[in-house]
Design a protein around this ligand. Structure first.
Ligand SMILES: Nc1nc2c(ncn2[C@@H]2O[C@H](COP(=O)(O)OP(=O)(O)OP(=O)(O)O)[C@@H](O)[C@H]2O)c(=O)[nH]1
Ligand SMILES: [Mg+2]
Length: 384
């Protein structure tokens, strides 16, 4: 007899506004599917409704709701996931109409963050975000779900808190904020020390799964967790990296961005993201093979803007070049092939083409960083 837990069967629902923001709804749903699988579910079906605005009561219209309901027979879903943040009232109504658990994109992302958080700092930040998300939803469906241990959308704050009233949750939020503040002060101290040492700091930013951690691993020659999953990295990690001309920099890996990132998470991760503020340069890592490259670029830029970092010096790196095709239609198989690739870069300025996994374009990147940060001229570095 198998004791393996039965996976939840997720059914995805999106809304096509006609002129969706950055991604087409199809791309957005594909991403939601990856999120759902990362959270440990099996995706069994999906449905998109074309409609200029969400229905205030049930997000989708009544006809669509019936269609989703009847899809249950065919797909046997145990969970319906909506691609945008639902209001607590919508979520409650949908749950009673569909008679299954209903989640939204934010809950899924929070769930993944909760399962990934390792350090005390990341745990504090995720827990704060979870509580802020749950607080307005406390009265609804969450109350009867807390016993389903390990179920998607329920990882985290713990059953006991869910059973207590809003006042206690409010107190917990206040305490978490104080603890995170302490972490912030600690980080600020480290940052000042680093600045005194005079070592420039480069922060890796980018869409989730772009290859930030892989690039740090290649640059630093160190063990850095990289994985083909969304939000593999939650904790900022800093490593020393050598550059031509005997120069040294610090490179910090950070949490990846995603479209429709819950606001609770952005504010909860402020302590971590403050690392970006003190960086001398942002290295924006882009997955050059992504069909949604423009939308991903724009999402990262918007998020940075929201964090007040739009004016930071930035260098774009187009990664995963090993997965591209050359101008003559043949696949890229060597570093030399990089000169025979044409990518439409979303970056306004010049961007470097690299493969973090193959190590291609990395020397050029080091030279470029040495030039940007120390004024080391390329000729000098080749002699060194
Ligand atoms: N083919 C190819 N795959 C790559 C390259 N760089 C990274 N990857 C793969 O892309 C996936 C994501 O890489 P990560 O380095 O974990 O990406 P990340 O940007 O740190 O992602 P998060 O931490 O989740 O935000 C992994 O499966 C990597 O092996 C590359 O240059 N070429
Ligand atoms: Mg990472």
């Amino acid at each position: 007899m198998s004791t393996a837990p039965v996976k939840e069967r997720a059914y995805l629902v999106g809304l096509d506004h006609g002129q969706n923001g950055l991604m087409t709804e199809e791309e957005s749903l594909r991403e939601l599917g990856r999120l759902a699988r990362t959270a440990g579910t099996v995706v069994v079906g999906q449905s998109v409704q074309r409609r200029p605005h969400p229905d205030p009561a049930t997000y989708v219209g009544s006809g669509k709701l019936e269609e989703i309901k009847s899809a249950r027979e065919r797909t046997n879903y145990s969970l319906v996931v909506f691609d945008e943040q639902l209001s607590p009232a919508q979520q409650l109504r949908l749950e009673s109409a569909l008679e299954v658990k209903v989640l939204d994109r934010s809950a899924l992302i929070l769930d993944i963050f909760a399962s990934r958080a390792r350090t005390r700092e990341a745990r504090l930040q995720v827990e704060l975000a979870q509580h802020e998300y749950l607080l307005p939803r406390l009265r609804g469906q969450w109350q009867h779900l807390e016993r389903m241990e390990g179920a998607v959308g329920l990882r985290g704050p713990g059953e006991t808190q869910l059973e207590t009233d809003r006042r206690l949750i409010g107190q917990r939020i206040a305490r978490l904020k104080r603890e995170i503040d302490a972490v912030r002060r600690q980080r600020a101290l480290h940052r000042r020390r680093r600045t005194r040492e005079g070592v420039p700091v480069v922060a890796l930013v980018g869409y989730t799964n772009a290859g930030k951690s892989s690039l740090l691993r290649t640059l630093a020659g160190a063990e850095v967790l990289a994985a083909d999953t969304l939000f593999a990295t939650l904790d900022p990690l800093t490593r020393r990296v050598g550059l031509p001309g005997n120069e040294t920099i610090l490179v910090t890996d950070t949490v990846g961005f995603i479209q429709k990132l819950p606001t609770q998470l952005i504010s909860a991760f402020r302590a971590t993201l403050e690392e970006l503020e003190s960086a001398d340069l942002l290295l924006h890592v882009v997955d050059a093979t992504s069909p949604a490259i423009e939308a991903q670029w724009a999402t990262v830029m918007e998020t940075l803007d929201g964090l007040g970092l739009a004016e930071k010096p930035m260098l774009a790196v187009l990664n995963k070049a090993d997965g591209l095709t050359r101008n003559d239609g043949e696949p890229v198989t060597s570093e030399a092939d990089l000169t025979r690739v044409e990518v439409t870069s979303p970056a306004p300025g010049a961007a470097l083409l690299v493969s973090a996994v193959e190590g291609w374009g990395i020397d050029a990147l080091r030279r470029r960083l040495a030039f940007e940060l120390f004024g080391v001229r390329p000729e000098v570095s080749t002699l060194a």
